[in-house]
Design a protein around this ligand. Structure first.
Ligand SMILES: [Zn+2]
Length: 753
């Protein structure tokens, strides 16, 4: 039996080939990680780890704002209806946003209906405009109060007179008929590949620039989010099929070409003006987010509130992590709907205050700028005025703490690869086709990471270079099915430099064109080989057999599993060829009913249910099953524990910040100008997974510890929500303090000397 030292030596000289296998007899429990230091790793309150020293602080010069939008901390919008010129009190509108300390307001120019006496053909004047310059009055009222102005356009819909004159502007069905708005059939959908975008939109922009002093331009309703357009007009018929990787590329090219042209038009009047468009769509996005992030100077996340389809409370902070992955400190805002989101949704009624506040909390905690939004101004400023106090109170609170709420960079040491291509284009495995497959996968890993209180970032698959990955102790690839040869090579380089990986199921089984590979793109790196196609379930998923259940030194990923030989497998798996000394093996699935037949036809196989590798500082855990999605579908606690154990094992228990206490909490840790900020979002609530928050369930003490870079001294620790200072303790560069209670949200703001 070779010693662990032999394995490490072999691994260090193994080059790009397979890493040596580690198994129980090889003494991996000597690693100094969490093994033996804790009872169980799967709950927040008992998780223990090793604190990693934070990276050296960035130089102060980083704070200098190059672009005016980097100084924006609050964004306001009363989304104007056609009727508003007849009823809105313009002075009261401007007073509200000024009093709320908004820095910038969105004012509707539109494109569907003109809010000023536009002369652009087919820019139809609103019914209640009567020749009045409503847009101009709003711009003037905002400017008198020192508010900047976003000129808001909507290029997605127009009317039948435009269609009659320009039939080429419409999106078409396969039968050639024009596609219509699903709610207002008098409006047709415009095609983004048509001259509508080349001619009509620029004409409006130039008209606005010639008449008004606006600070930038924005398009609502375009580009589409979370899915790709499906148009059969004469132009689109010549493009690759919608939904294909080739179409996604052409679509992104067109979006970015228009984006750059609109940006140049914005700058024709003044060089610090710019263009930005509706973005968001969380991990699916729309255009390729790596490419978008290189062009955009304002990421406008249109993620307004929870829906039946996306019911988890963390939908906004998930979006924030997507923005952080591609914006690298450039401006990002998320719009919180004060109105009643959902389906049906009451567009003109305020939602519960606790729900609206949590969405704003998530915006701020995830490093985005809060943007509050209500629709229409009947009776002067709205028939329902409840939203006004919610927004103003929240904005005024942030204004008192701007210095601590502005982020410099995340200090997380875990990266989760988004796999945007997989999210948008992969249809699910052959064993379980589903449009929601990757959505559920993402929710599963998100839930798992929150319950383990891990500090993590999202990473875009087109940004896997060493300059970015070197900050992460480990990367997680939750069924990132599509990876190019280059991306696989980048992951190999990351592992060879000492980085660790967790990956699952069909990760790297397809290239970036969704072309299946004969074997995993990461097969050589991990030392695995595909043994067949994806296998689903006939009622009873596969199980994972603990190969040495009575061992006195169980592998650390088995921590906490006692009195059982079996633990949960997953709903689907991609079978692997046997490996030496597997820690878990597959017990193939069988029927759940009738119970007479609910037993394994084969009791013992040599098919691995996990593959564990180690070389030098790097560790790899590969799950052949779709463990994250299966956890999301079922809540199976074995899967939660198994993935937590795997994260602890591959990171050797290293954490950048430790937060111990009860409750379901999402955590963000930032380096800030004054020092650091630890944000805790309290999701412990009966409505965390459905509907809206109707109340807050406060949490008890949360104990925070982090290891400071050498030379960094702490001046104060303050709680920004409680607006109180907090005692703290520093020993051997480890900062410790206890937050006595968390209502819906708390920010521990740390000021360094
Ligand atoms: Zn088209």
């Amino acid at each position: 039996m070779p010693s662990r030292r032999d394995f490490l030596k072999a691994g260090l000289t193994a080059g790009a080939g397979a890493l040596p296998l580690l198994h129980e007899a090889d003494g991996y429990s000597m690693d100094g990680g969490l093994h033996g230091e804790q009872e169980a790793a799967s709950t927040a309150s008992d998780a223990a780890g090793t604190l990693t020293t934070l990276p050296a602080r960035l130089p102060t010069a980083m704070e200098t704002a190059q672009q005016w939008q980097l100084g924006v901390r609050r964004v306001g919008q009363t989304n104007m209806t056609e009727h508003d010129p007849a009823v809105m009190n313009v002075e009261a509108w401007a007073d509200y946003w000024s009093r709320a300390k908004a820095d910038v307001v969105f004012i509707s120019v539109t494109g569907i209906l003109a809010y000023y006496p536009s002369k652009v053909p087919f820019h139809r004047h609103g019914k209640f405009l009567h020749g009045r310059d409503f847009f101009g009055e709003c711009v003037a009222a905002a400017k008198r109060r020192g508010l900047r102005v976003v000129a808001r356009m909507s290029p997605d819909l127009n009317w039948d007179d435009a269609l009659a004159a320009h039939p080429e502007w419409a999106m078409r069905h396969p039968d050639g008929s024009a596609q219509r708005s699903s709610e207002e059939p008098l409006l047709f959908k415009t095609c983004m590949f048509s001259s509508y975008m080349d001619d009509y939109v620029p004409a409006i922009m130039r008209e606005i620039n010639s008449l008004y002093d606006v600070d930038c331009f924005y398009t609502n309703g375009w580009p589409p989010l979370g899915s790709l357009p499906d148009c059969h007009c004469s132009i689109c018929r010549k493009l690759p099929a919608s939904g294909s990787p080739a179409y996604w590329s052409v679509f992104t090219d067109r979006v970015l070409d228009l984006w750059r042209r609109y940006d140049a038009i914005a700058k024709e009047k003044k060089p610090d003006s710019f263009f930005f468009a509706n973005s968001g769509g969380n991990v699916r996005g729309g255009p390729n987010l790596d490419r978008l992030g290189k062009v955009a100077t304002w990421f406008q996340a249109d993620n307004q509130g929870r829906t039946y389809e996306e019911p988890a409370v963390w939908g906004c902070s998930l979006q924030g992590r997507v923005c952080n992955a591609v914006m690298d400190g450039k401006f990002a805002a998320n719009v919180t709907a004060a109105y009643s989101t959902g389906n049906p949704g009451w567009r003109n009624l305020t939602k519960s205050a606790d729900e609206a506040r949590m969405w704003l909390n998530e915006t701020v905690a995830s490093g985005m700028v809060p943007y509050f939004h209500f629709i229409g101004a009947e009776s002067g400023l709205g028939e329902d005025r409840r939203w006004q106090k919610i927004g103003a109170d929240y904005f005024q609170w942030t204004a008192r703490h701007d210095a601590h709420l502005r982020t410099r960079r995340s200090i997380a040491n875990l990266g989760v690869v988004i796999g945007q291509g997989t999210q948008l284009l992969y249809p699910g495995p052959a064993s379980d086709r589903s449009r929601s497959y990757m959505y559920e996968t993402t929710q599963g890993i998100y839930d798992i990471l929150l319950r383990g209180r891990f500090a993590f970032d999202f990473v875009h698959e087109d940004r896997l270079g060493p300059e970015r990955l070197s900050r992460y102790r480990a990367l997680i690839l939750p069924n990132v099915a599509m990876l190019s040869d280059l991306q696989c090579a980048q992951l190999e380089a990351y592992v060879q430099a000492g980085g660790s990986l967790i990956a699952s199921f069909e990760t790297s089984l397809y290239d970036e064109h969704l072309k299946p590979r004969g074997d995993f793109g990461l097969a050589a790196l991990v030392g695995i080989s595909k043994a067949g196609d994806a296998i689903g379930t006939n009622g009873n998923p596969y199980y994972a057999r603990i190969e040495s259940p009575n061992s006195s030194h169980p592998h650390p990923i088995l921590e906490g599993f006692r009195d059982t030989n079996w633990i949960a497998g997953a709903k689907n798996r991609l079978p692997l060829q046997p490996i030496d000394h597997p820690v878990l093996t597959v017990v193939p699935g069988f029927v759940r009913y009738p119970p007479e037949l609910a037993y394994p036809p084969i009791a013992h196989t040599d098919e691995p249910a996990v593959v564990l590798r180690e070389t030098g500082a790097s560790r790899i855990a590969w799950f052949p099953g779709d463990v994250e999605r299966t956890y999301w579908l079922t809540g199976q606690s074995d899967l939660l524990r198994l993935v937590h154990n795997a994260i602890h094992w591959v990171t050797r228990g290293e954490r950048v910040v430790q937060v111990d206490g009860d409750g379901l909490v999402e955590m963000f840790c930032w380096e800030t100008g004054p020092g650091y900020a630890v944000h805790l979002l309290n999701y412990t609530n009966p409505n965390a997974f459905h509907g809206w928050l109707q109340s807050v369930t406060p949490l008890g003490a949360q104990r925070v510890s982090m290891r400071l870079p050498s030379g960094v001294r702490i001046r104060t620790v303050e709680l920004l929500r409680a607006e109180s200072s907090l005692p703290f303790d520093v020993k051997e560069q480890t900062l410790r303090f206890t937050i006595p209670t968390v209502e819906d949200y708390e920010v521990a703001a740390i000021t360094v000397a």
